[in-house]
Each structure stands twice: as C-alpha cells, then as structure tokens.
Design a protein around this ligand. Sequence first.
Ligand code: XMP
Length: 518
Amino acid sequence: MTDISHDRLLIIDFGSQVTQLIARRLRELNVYCEIHPYNSVDEAFISGFAPRAVILSGGPDSVTRDGSPRAPQKLFEMGIPLLGICYGQQVMMHQLGGTVDSGHGTAEFGRAFVTPQNSLNILEGWFNDGDEQVWMSHGDHVSKIADGFEVYGTSPNAPYAITADVARNFYAVQFHPEVHHTPNGSKLYENFVKLAGFTGDWTMGAYREQAIAAIREQVGDEQVICGLSGGVDSSVAAVLLHEAIGDQLTCVFVDHGLLRMGEAEEVVTMFRDHYNMKLIHANEQELFLGELDGQSDPETKRKIIGKLFIDVFDKYARPIGAKFLAQGTLYPDVIESVSFSGGPSVTIKSHHNVGGLPEKMDMALVEPLRELFKDEVRDLGRELGLPDSFVGRHPFPGPGLAIRCPGEITRPKLEILRKADAVYIDQIRKHGLYDDIWQAFVAILPVRTVGVMGDGRTYDYACALRAVTSVDGMTADYFPFSHEFLGETATRIINEVEGINRVTYDITSKPPGTIEWE
Ligand code: XMP
C-alpha cells in the first residue's frame, strides 16, 4: 500500500542481496521508499507512483547478456534524479548509450579504495582524507560512459567508479554505498535525497500509522492469532497488531518449560494485565519435558520441540477460527530463508518457531515487521510505548534452554541453568554491559568436574558463559569481558548456584562456532 501523503522514493530492484539495505539507509534519513522488482515496474507504474527520485539497485545479471533486466526507458526522460548502483549503474550507462564490458581482469570483489577526481554535490562531506573505502562486487564494468556524464571518482579496477550527469541529476556508482563496508556511504544517500528535495518527513511514527492501516486493510473483520514468545520481535508485532485490530487478536504464549527464570510471569503480566490483550498461556511443560526425556541428539531435540510447538499452537488456536497467523518475521529472517543459488543449502540447525503452521492450519500470514531490521524493530517498539526492558532484550531462541543444555535435558539441570543464567545476566546489567552485548547466556555442560569447597570435595556441573557482539546474528564475535568481570562472575555463580563448581568462558566466534551451543 503506497503512502501518498509523503514524498516517495522508488527503488527498482535488480536482485541484489543488499537492496533492502538501501531502503534501510533511506529510512534512517526519514525518507519514504518502496522496493519494486524491475519486472513489475513499467511506465504506467512509475507515473502512478510519482517518485521524487529513483534508485536502480545492484543485481547478479550482466547487461551484456541478451534478455537481461532493464529499466523502463521512460525513466530517463521524466526529469527526476536517478542514482544507479552497481548493476543499476551499468543498466543506466547501457540504456543511455554507454558501453559495458565483461572483460577479464576488471572484476572487483570486496574492499576497494576510490580516489576523488572532481568535487560533486552527492559527494559533499564524504571524501575527508583523500581515498575512501568502498565495497565492490562486480564482474562487468563500464568501459565507455554515456554522453553528458563525467568522471568524479576512480578505483584501481573501476575507472568509472563514480560518474554523473549533473545537468540531468543522473548519478552512477560502481560500488555499494549501502553496506557496512562502505563506512561513509550513508553520506552519499543523504546528499542524493537532499538534492532531490526530500524533507525527511518519514518517521517511525509515520511507519506505525501506515503499518496499522495496512494490517486493517489485510485482515478486515477476521480473527488473527499470534505466537508470542516474549522476545522483541513477537512482542512488537503483537502490540502493533493489538493497536490495529484490538480484540480481533489472540496471542498464544507456549510455555514449554524451557524458559528463563521469571519469564512466563513477565510475559503474562505485560501483555494480559498491562496491555489487556487476549492471551492464552499454554502451560505445556509436562508434554515438552516428557517427550524430551532421554533425548540428547541436538537435531532430534530441535525436531521434537518444533513438532510439539506446532501441535500445541494448533490445539489452542484452532478453536478461535482465525484466518490469519501473525508473525514477527524480520528482514534478516526473510533473506536467511531464501536460497539465492537455487541449490540445496546445508541445514546447520533446524529453526522451528512456527514454520509449518500456516500450511497445517490453512492460514494466511500477517508479517508487519517483514521489511525491518532488528534495531528498527526496537525503535518501533519504543514508539509503541513498550518499556525498554522489553525492547532492549537480547534475542532468545524458540527452543529456549533446550539448546543451552547439551546432552540430556533434566529438570534439575534446567533449574541449575536458570539460576546460573540469572546471576550472569545480573552481573552484566550491574556492570552496565547489557546493551553492548548482542546476546549473553549460560550453557550447562554435560560434564561434572571435581572441586573443593570449604573442606569438602564437590562433584558438580561445569557451565560455560557465552556473550557475543553481532549485527544480525549471522556472524558474531565473543565479547571482550575484563578478567575482573569474569573472575567476579565465576565466584558469584559458584557461591550462589548449588550444582555448579566450575565456570568457563566461551571465546569462539561465529563462524566457525554458532552462537547457541546446539
Ligand atoms: P546460531 O546459534 O545459529 O543462532 O548462531 C543465531 C541466532 O538465532 C537464534 N536461534 C534461534 N532463534 N529459533 C529462534 O527463534 C531457533 O530455533 C533458533 N536457533 C538459534 C540464536 O539465539 C541467535 O540469536
């Protein structure tokens, strides 16, 4: 649903994996934009959309190949500012009369440095100390620029790294300014939207209003159910939906007995008592822990939990007769689940959540956070009035403590794990480190070790502390705690948690490790 009350920017998508990041950079600049695939954008569409500016994204194809994607030719005659990125740059040159080659030796993948040639409006404030780091990912290259264009920056393998036809407001760059590895790339977008006349009127408040209108339009008078885990994503989705459709929403909170200390009470208090939502607290601890009894293989455990989760959800949700299932799917979840190669991808871990539910229950999905990244969801949560204690929470996996308890899962081990985890998180909060860490937790190890406490011998469990920094959970580094912090935390856990007599710190990054232990 296009929002017609704001200035709009159109992103024509040629299939790059990072196109969403362009949208994200623009939202950071409070610019309303929509991404549309190149094959659904024709002249009529563009006229109707009436964009103030257009960005042509990157993409995997080669413009030298017959039948490869193109932009509608009319785009170049509409008198609006255009920015072409990577494949978008090549499409632009090709369609405006320049030449693109698939020559050998001119590919560039990864970090490169661009040297400025002349000053240019979209580069203002960017090239501070000469060469600028950018991220390149191209096989083809422009070998002749179109009439009217001039060169403003070069890299060793891209003589036309930055070109522009300033009179027509056409800009073309070979690299990706939207990615992390182009550290000052946002400046380029900022300058581009400024020259296109955007006023920055697209805020999280505006996003919220539009999302609410879109939810209402999608679901009409039907009932909607939502799996609420108490994590940031499902919490924000639930509050947004509740604001949109009130009592047409029922949330199901599955308590599988694998939650952290006090978690179930917190979720119920917040959503049922504070927000007055229709919330079903499905206490199914016996069922889950019973089925997991004696199981120690990680994938078997995950599969059992995944299947039970769907059964339980179905049991509680079916009587409601909902036509829609709401999920807090984020953009990184969307890309992670798509295989771009088209080939079979290796299953590292079975992610379960509510996958498989829509088919089983014949429901359509409502995914109001589908375009957002984690930190944007947090902003939206704040905008909706969710307290910081919820919005800033570390991610918690669907299978819960099961994947932090390698080997067999027993109630006594879960109890020990809960206590140790609570002490560890308390330490992290006390030291003011919680918000610097992506995720922190304790894993209880399936080994007992010998210790000495007082004058007695102990033979108790060892545990591992885990804390990582990450941008999206797909890669991660261990958090560099001080030795003092680690020492103090180990002492507290051993003193306060009966059943643990040894504490280790996991310093594995991802890859090669994963964040969770199973
Ligand atoms: P890994 O362990 O794969 O985890 O490095 C990456 C991120 O995903 C979370 N995770 C899950 N989240 N269902 C979830 O909702 C799952 O099955 C699941 N497995 C892992 C993990 O906590 C980390 O944030």
